[in-house]
Each structure stands twice: as C-alpha cells, then as structure tokens.
Ligand binder design. Structure first.
Ligand SMILES: [Mg+2]
Length: 313
C-alpha cells in the first residue's frame, strides 16, 4: 500500500474539524481574524536525505522543507516544533551541529523554536518539524475550478540534479563549479517562498508546494479539486544549467518534472489575475480543465506520455 492509499483508506477516518479530511498540505484552525495553519514533516536519513548527511545541512534542510507548506498557503510563520531522534552512536559534535542548522533557519526565516522532543534509538537520524503559521485567507488544494490558470513560482528540477550529484552521479558531460553549486544549493537549501505571500494570499484559488514532483503535485490539485490539469511542457521554467542537462531529450525533461524536492509553489488563479503575475516570480504553465488527472502537452498540443508522476514515499 502506498502512502496516499494508506492516508485515504485508513487515517482519513480519524480526521476531525480543521483537518480538511487530510487532503491538504496543512490543517486549518479558525481564529478570530483568520486561520492558524499547521503542517508537519519528517525527514529520515537514507530516505529523505542521503545517508551520512548529518549535522547542520540535515536540520536546516528539514526546517526549510517544513516551512514550505506554510509559505505555499500565503501564510505568515509563527514558529516551529522540532523532534530529533538521534542515532545512539551519534557523536555529540553532530548533535550540536544539528542546532547550527536550526539556528540558520531561524535567522533566515524567523523559524524560532516553540518546543519539541529529543530521543535516541538504534536507527537513522530522524528530524520531524512542525510549522505553525497564520493566514487571513484559506487556500486549499481543492479550490481550483475549470478555466483557472496554473502558475509556478520558479525553476524546477535543480534539486533533483543536486541530489544526483551528492549521490556521486555527476549528470552533465562537463558541469562547471557554478552548475554543481546551484544544484547542490537547490537540494540542500530549498527556499520556502514567503517572499510571495502577498500574491498567493491575494490571487490563488488553490495552492500546493512542489515537494513530490511538479506533475505529481499538479495531480494533487487536480484530484482535490475534481478537475483535470493540463501543463505546457515548453512553458515550465528550468534554470539555464538544467536546460543544458536536458538538451533535446524528452526523457530527461520528464525526469526533472517528476522529481521532487524543488519546493517551488504551484498556484491556480482566475485568468483576470494574470496582469498582476506577469511581472512576478510566477510563470504561467498551464490550465485547469474538465476531467481528471494531469496531462503534459508539447508545443502543438500533443500529449507527452509520463509513466510515473512523482515521488511516492
Ligand atoms: Mg506540501
């Protein structure tokens, strides 16, 4: 059973008010003047980040990833809880390095600690971060309607190439130091898009962060909104260095569109919102149509087959 089937068939029966039936990135609890937005994410060594990547990089990345769900909803960050499960044999210097990563995330995004727990076990490093935010407007995955446009907040695919590189697979014939740095940074230090909260809060009918892969996450909007999402392959932004890696190989393009870890934001908007978005970080990449699922089309509207849409946990 995959993660999504387990949630749908078993955990969703336990859901209560505020949970959005576990179909959104966040829980939404009403307050006197808006919503408290809460999301939790677990990062496991060897599953969500490479074995041996410990210390500051591991904890900073875990916080950035958790904050992304709050940022994607156009919300303001309040703070975080962090639960650390440390390997029994983890040297104290690594445990102290983990706090450096938390401190870096705090300094950059105001992600100050509200609480948490620390335990040890005979297993890999596990970091669970629960992020709390406040929003004036409720923006779910399920708010898209037929005729809406789809926009993405920046290039996708760099993080996937960064992970490949960190795992020892140097993916260009002759990558420059700058290529490798950009890819590795995209993977290690994804940027939760709090800088776009005004546009998201004002214009988005639905939103999701790109964590499982652009196509998979567009699929989450399609499913929650009972619509079909059509993405235009040639409009999807890639960095110059990732474009060079893709070249003319459609398989490589699909590899980047189905790889996770980018943490850009995908929003749906009414077509009338376009005039506010053309000069923003967002790029128009597709449309919401009648039907179900996601389809990727080429320049002439032909469907490009995609076998697997993204990362399943
Ligand atoms: Mg998410």
């Amino acid at each position: 059973m995959d993660e999504f089937a387990f949630i749908r068939d078993h955990l969703a029966k336990l859901a209560g008010p505020g949970s959005e039936s576990l179909s959104d990135d966040c829980a939404w609890l009403p307050t006197t003047d808006g919503w408290q937005v809460i999301s939790t994410d677990t990062s496991v060594e060897g599953v969500h980040f490479p074995k041996g990547m410990r210390g500051a990089s591991a904890s900073e990345r875990a916080v950035r990833v958790a904050l992304s769900d709050i940022a994607a909803k156009g919300a303001e960050l309040i703070g975080i809880f962090v639960n650390l499960t440390l390997p029994k044999n983890l040297d104290d210097k690594w445990a102290i390095a983990l706090t450096q990563g938390l401190s870096d995330a705090k300094n950059e995004f105001g992600a100050h600690l509200l609480g948490g727990d620390t335990t040890r076990h005979n297993g890999p490093l596990v970091i669970t971060v629960t992020a709390l935010g406040m929003a004036k407007t409720k923006i779910l995955r399920s708010g898209a309607s037929i005729g809406d446009q789809i926009w993405v907040s920046g290039p996708v695919g760099d993080a996937a190439l960064g992970l490949k590189y960190m795992q020892g697979d140097v993916p260009l014939p002759d990558p420059t130091g700058a290529d490798l740095f950009l890819w590795e940074e995209a993977y290690l230090r994804p940027v939760p898009r709090f800088d776009l909260k005004t546009e998201i809060a004002k214009l988005a009918t639905a939103s999701v962060d790109v964590s499982d892969g652009l196509i998979a996450d567009a699929g989450h909007i399609a499913e929650a909104s009972s619509t079909r999402v059509q993405l235009k392959a040639n409009e999807i932004p890639l960095s110059e260095t990732s474009k060079r890696w893709v070249g003319n190989d459609p398989k490589r393009l699909i590899e980047l569109l189905t790889a996770g870890d980018d943490y850009q934001v995908l929003i749906c908007t009414k077509p009338t919102a376009a005039k506010w978005l053309y000069d923003s970080a967002f790029t128009y990449i597709g449309d919401v149509r009648e039907g179900s699922g996601v389809e990727l089309i080429d320049r002439v509207g032909e469907i490009i087959p995609v076998l697997q849409s993204g990362y399943t946990h």
